[in-house]
Design a protein around this ligand. Structure first.
Ligand code: ASP
Ligand code: MG
Length: 406
């Protein structure tokens, strides 16, 4: 018998009709003899609606009460889906996170799962029932309702699949899989049959927002096979798993990009021990996340220090640097640029192949695109370029690395 966890996102349960369609899909698998645990999100827009209500009560509601409120969105969908399943003759039971006992820490609004008691679920499955679980929520040791952070239902799905040792965790969403790049930028983008956890993490953190990143980390840690599929179109979707020897050996699996970056440079800082920490310490103290960092070799005892931050943090980061400038003495200047983008090529294939970076740089050079920063990891090469070249760069790389659909 095969055990699947199916997770349906907000758009997939966004209306009465869609919840009924989900019930039909679940019925089909159940009738075929599979064991099914369903995890659902709140109906689309519901979590935002609840958040807005909270803000109407109090500008800064406490996190504990926010969790009590936000968790109701998913509670509505589990009950409705269980009813829809009963209506088509499928025995089903709904559970909130606390009823299952998805035990989390007490970090309200961003709680982490510690342990899942799967006894109730196993008993229901053994009795031939479909189990419907509310995503995004859990309970702490003292019985307080907690939530797992926006998009957290993906993590619930993966965590249940890990706890139940499910054969696969299906994430049903409004796209039919993971693509080689954003199809809105490259019309010839292709759906990937498979991708590794590592590649998916790189793609996801770079802006291909198909899955909550934490759920991918979780799936990698517990080796849960994840499949991203459309709720609306039939198909195999994309399987996210560990690399297997029979995997199609592409050099590059995808091109990711991030438009939300901004670049800051401090020129003429002294080339002395502790300078990087004197710059980035105060940035971290402001809770600003730094992405790429480049420091030049020094000339005449001075060097340049460049890093990128999220565009939303650009002004704050610049203000921090302005405060530091005085400490560094007369030669230091601040240069900021918020009209940049980061473009990355991602692929486990680059581990065993030389020359990928030089191919990437040649492609960009041939298009007359200037590279402002470069950073690499084992399976990724990223460049910062002027935002006006984003589309051109992504298209040229996509076709140069053989990713275009025929
Ligand atoms: N309903 C929650 C949200 O909108 C959780 C989820 O959809 O995964 O973020
Ligand atoms: Mg979601």
């Amino acid at each position: 018998m095969t055990l699947y966890v199916y997770k349906f996102g907000g758009t997939s349960v966004g209306s009465v009709e869609r919840i009924k369609a989900v019930a039909e899909k679940v019925k089909k698998a159940h009738d075929a003899g599979d064991q099914i645990v369903v995890v659902v999100s709140a109906m689309s827009g519901e979590t935002n609606r609840l958040l807005a209500l909270a803000k109407d009560m109090q500008p800064q509601p406490t996190d504990r009460e926010l969790d009590v409120l936000l968790s109701t969105g998913e509670q509505v969908t589990i009950a409705l889906l269980a009813m829809a399943l009963h209506h088509v003759g499928v025995d089903a039971r709904s559970y909130t996170g606390s009823q299952v006992r998805i035990l989390t820490d007490n970090a309200h609004t961003k709680a982490r799962i510690r342990e899942i008691d799967e006894r109730h679920l196993r008993a229901d499955l053994a009795a031939g029932r479909v189990v419907v679980v509310a995503g995004f929520q859990g309970v702490d040791e003292d019985g307080n309702i907690t939530t797992l952070g926006r998009g957290g239902s993906d993590t619930t799905g993966v965590a249940l699949a890990a706890a139940l040792k499910a054969d696969e965790c299906h994430i049903y969403t409004d796209v039919d899989g993971v693509y080689t790049t954003d199809p809105r930028v490259v019309a010839k983008a292709r759906r990937l049959e498979r991708i590794t956890f590592e590649e998916m993490l790189e793609m996801a953190s770079l802006g291909s927002k198909v899955l909550q990143i934490r759920s991918v980390e979780f799936a990698g840690k517990y080796n849960v096979k994840l499949r991203v599929l459309s709720s609306f179109i039939e198909g195999n979707g994309t399987l996210i798993s560990y690399e297997e020897s029979d995997m199609e050996k592409a050099l590059i699996s995808g091109i990711a990009f991030n438009r939300d970056e901004a670049k800051l440079t401090l020129t003429g800082v002294p080339d002395l021990p502790g300078v990087a920490s004197r710059i980035l310490g105060p940035i971290a103290d402001e809770n600003i996340e730094v992405d790429m960092i480049v420091q030049n070799i020094s000339a005449h005892g001075n060097t340049d220090f460049t890093f990128t931050v999220n565009r939303n943090d650009f002004a704050r980061a610049k203000a921090v640097l302005a405060r530091l400038k005085a400490d560094f003495g007369g030669t230091t200047e601040i240069i900021g640029d918020s009209s940049i983008v980061k473009v990355s090529i991602v692929g486990v294939g680059m581990r065993s192949h030389a020359g990928i970076a030089s191919t990437m740089f040649k492609v960009l050079a041939d298009e007359g695109i200037n590279i402002q920063m470069i950073s690499t990891s084992e399976i990724k090469i990223s460049v910062v370029i002027d935002e006006k070249y984003l589309e051109l760069a992504v298209r040229a790389l996509h076709s140069a690395f053989g990713l275009d659909q025929e």
